[in-house]
Design a protein around this ligand. Structure first.
Ligand code: ZN
Length: 394
């Protein structure tokens, strides 16, 4: 008996382990259409509740170790961003700690993963997941610092808690929020690195920042959507980053409560952290389309932040990104535009790739949780520069 075989007494009828696919866990998403004896599975990604969006998937295969499996996601062509599958490689893990990449084929609307699981239980996901338990662990870890105040802004649609962390004592009010789009788990990994450095008592940059600014952090805007395995929406089917013009307690309480907290404290800068399905780069997207942008001090302050961020971490680049909105044509339902206009402050959306940074590709891990965390930590260098420039511009 080889070390990979089970005693016959543990096996099912005919002496074979049966391949089974499940997504019944936190942030799981897959529907099993068919599994056959040849380890070929036809799978479908489920839509967000109350909406048409779908692209996030996360599932586990049991009983297929060392078998040549062919996993076909047959509705990949109906995903929210089907062109994003080109050049994409799926994330897989045995221990749920280390996620490596596997070659993935996309053709004729089908995403095919051909892989031999190394574990008796093998996990697959669109990006390394960051579960609700990990989020609660992060909050609990942060509260061990004397410097942090954690408050509960309100309830989500499903009745979960929306938490804010407040750090620092400076006169400026800097905000960082993440996971409006629940399928963008890289935003939580960014938060891990950001908060870790922000609360590091031995980091001189962090110390200086906390004398210049009070930092408000909402690390998870959409826990309901994340647990449900959604791509873009909350439990009411609302895309939270299209709710900032008129959030409501019924449809988008997560935005409603955060906006109210911003009104109470003020905002001198806001960074909204996301992931992008298509572009293989890290980039910032600004609020150039809001009324009066070009004539204000915002272009200068935005440039101070973006150029300092790029210097601090070359994984951020400014060549590739979204098209810039024409003057007066900003989408005011989005956080970055709504906050920039309301508070006349610099604001950015940060996008990280699901794929990799094409300027510095990593064939084993792709764009990884570790690199997200580094990018989060590096933002402190840019925030200090921004705080300095904001003081000079007042
Ligand atoms: Zn997003």
């Amino acid at each position: 008996m080889s070390q990979h075989e089970k005693p016959r007494s543990l096996l099912g009828k005919g002496g074979k382990l049966t391949m089974h696919i499940s997504s019944h866990f936190d942030s799981g998403n897959i529907e099993v259409a068919r599994v056959d004896d040849g380890h070929i599975a036809e799978l479908r990604i489920k839509k967000d509740t109350g909406d048409e969006h779908m692209q996030w998937f996360h599932f586990r295969i049991d009983g297929a170790r060392d078998k040549a499996c062919t996993l076909r996601i047959v509705n990949a062509g109906d995903a929210s961003y089907p062109s994003a599958w080109a050049g994409y490689r799926v994330c897989t893990s045995v221990d749920r700690q280390t996620w490596t990449r596997v070659d993935t084929d996309y053709s004729d609307g089908v995403l095919t993963i051909a892989h031999r699981p190394e574990g008796q239980m093998q996990w697959y996901a669109y990006f390394a997941p960051h579960t609700h338990e990990q989020h609660l662990d992060l909050l609990s870890h942060c509260q061990r610092s004397d410097e942090v105040v954690i408050d509960r802004l309100g309830s989500t649609v499903d009745g979960r808690d929306l938490h804010r962390l407040v750090v620092g004592e400076g006169p400026l009010h800097f905000w960082a929020i993440a996971r409006q789009h629940p399928g963008e788990s890289m935003a939580s990994w960014w938060m891990e690195g950001f908060l870790d450095r922000l609360l590091d008592p031995n980091d001189a940059i962090s110390k200086r920042l906390k004398t210049m600014a009070t930092i408000h952090v909402v690390p998870h805007m959409n826990p309901d959507g994340a647990i449900r395995g959604h791509l873009r929406c909350n439990a009411a089917g609302a895309n939270l980053n299209r709710e900032w013009a008129e959030p409501s307690l019924e449809r988008s309480p997560e935005v409603y409560h955060t906006k109210a907290a911003m009104d109470a404290a003020g905002v001198d800068f806001c960074l909204d952290v996301h992931g992008d399905e298509e572009l293989p780069y890290n980039f910032l997207s600004g609020s150039e389309g809001i009324e009066g942008y070009a004539e204000s001090r915002l272009p200068h302050l935005c440039n101070v932040f973006a150029s300092a961020y790029e210097r601090a971490n070359p994984d951020l680049q400014r060549e590739h990104g979204y098209p810039v909105a024409a003057p007066g044509r900003a989408n005011m339902t989005m956080c970055t535009n709504a906050v920039a206009a309301r508070f006349q402050c610099p604001a950015y959306t940060l996008e990280m790739p699901f794929k990799d940074n094409a300027n510095a590709p990593d064939p084993i891990f792709g764009w990884s949780p570790e690199r997200c965390a580094q990018l989060g930590a590096s933002s402190l260098d840019a925030l200090v520069q921004l705080a300095q420039a904001t003081g000079e511009s007042d």
